[in-house]
Design a protein. Structure first.
Length: 403
């Protein structure tokens, strides 16, 4: 089957998480990607690890964070601060349909690799920027990472238990990954617009804008209504019950999004009186009397184990789930959606697990064609194969430490 972005070429000037995640998603959809990394050091995520297995041979192989978000890419080690390195980058921008970069504002201008410079060589170029706080405004020059964006967005003040005094970071890097997905959306929209106009353009996403957009369900209530949203553990400020409860042997999550679902839920757990109680008859009243209802439901759920409750609630078609740890979640994912947990061969590591491509098409496919690259693994291949450099030229560039 064909890939939806097959034939699209990307020059990837990103490092870290948000930018590389964006280009990885585009690569999963079929785009060809050349990733530029700093010689001898590489992408910073090559040094980020949780598992001891990937501490060896850094940065050549890379840490587990790098291995997670850099598949389907060819790595070119290139010194962009050199005059010849900049020229090579210009040639690759002429080859590419898309350039993606996440340097701090002003860096690409100093390197001569900003949109205005590169579109002279390629008017059809789509040039995508991603940064913590954008290129304008009083925070534009500030350094920013996922946790800083989570802090500024307010997410850390609505995450955690009600009695916690410490701000809690969301366990996933949602600012980075959310920003990467938003930039993917912008790039795809620009590609479609280029089909109509024949011209490229510059698109930009900031992690803060993207993260605030993911808080849209609270925006009207807080901005116009003055609502105060506080941490509720697993609870939801606008729905009750919509949270986890302790069972005899673990935890279960229950989600009653409508009053009809709530009434069916009460029947299923053998407490129809909780639906008849005027304090709990509507979602609005349940939100108001949250503590009283949660206390009674917690007492009910402690009487049985998680699996028993799952069977009861699923029989009644009530949205529910066990609260898994990551090991259980990945194991169940392999059973529920086998295409989402795959093994690929890596040149240095051997078998390497990758989460699969989450998109499903009727007439196309996304896939994993290349493992995460070794640092500079494809430098000569790209220089000779794409740019037509001779082997003598490649050797000279090596000697001058440009590649």
């Amino acid at each position: 089957m064909r890939r939806p972005l097959e034939g699209i070429k990307i020059l990837d000037l990103t490092h870290g998480v948000a930018g590389p995640y964006c280009t990885m998603v585009l690569g999963d959809l079929g785009a060809e990607i050349v990733k530029i990394e700093k010689p001898y050091r590489g992408d910073a995520t090559r040094y980020m690890n949780v598992s001891d297995r990937f501490h060896t041979d850094i940065p050549k192989v890379g840490g587990d964070y790098f291995l997670a978000v850099n598949r389907n890419k060819r790595s070119v080690a290139l010194e962009l601060k050199s005059e010849e390195g900049r020229r090579i980058c210009e040639e690759l921008a002429t080859w590419a349909d898309i350039v993606v970069q996440n340097f701090r504002p002003g860096v690409t201008q100093r390197l001569g690799l900003d949109y205005e410079a590169l579109k002279r060589f390629n008017p059809r170029l789509i040039y995508a920027n991603i940064s913590a706080y954008g290129s304008e405004g009083k925070l534009a020059e500030k350094a920013g990472m996922d946790i800083a964006v989570q802090a500024r967005s307010g997410i850390m003040r609505i995450t955690g238990s009600p009695d916690s005094t410490e701000p809690i970071r969301a366990g996933a890097s949602i600012a980075d990954f959310g920003g990467g997905i938003y930039l993917c959306t912008a790039v795809l929209a620009a590609l479609y617009d280029r089909e109509r106009t024949g011209e490229g353009q510059e698109v930009s996403v900031s992690l803060l804008d993207a993260t605030m957009s993911m808080l849209i369900n609270y925006s009207v209530a807080v901005i116009d209504g003055g609502a105060k949203v506080a941490p509720l553990g697993s609870g939801h400020p606008q729905l009750v019950p919509y949270q986890s409860f302790p069972t005899k042997d673990g935890f279960i999550v229950v989600a009653t999004g409508t009053n009809n679902t709530y009434r069916a839920f009460c029947e299923a757990i053998g407490r129809p009186d909780l639906a008849a109680d005027t304090r709990f008859a509507s979602n609005q009243s349940r939100v108001k009397h949250r503590d009283a209802l949660v206390e009674q439901l917690s007492e009910v759920f402690r009487r049985r184990g998680t699996d028993a409750w799952i069977a009861i609630l699923e029989e009644a078609d009530i949205p529910c789930a066990p609260v898994n740890d990551l090991e259980a979640a990945y194991r169940q994912m392999a059973e529920i959606s086998p295409d989402m947990v795959l093994k690929i061969d890596h040149a240095a590591i051997g078998p390497l697990t990758q989460l699969g491509v989450p998109f499903r098409f009727s007439d196309c496919t996304g896939d994993i064609r290349r493992p995460p690259p070794m640092l500079g693994e494809h430098t000569e291949e790209v220089l000779t194969g794409i740019l037509g450099r001779t082997q003598d030229e490649v050797e000279r560039l090596h000697e001058q430490k440009i590649i």
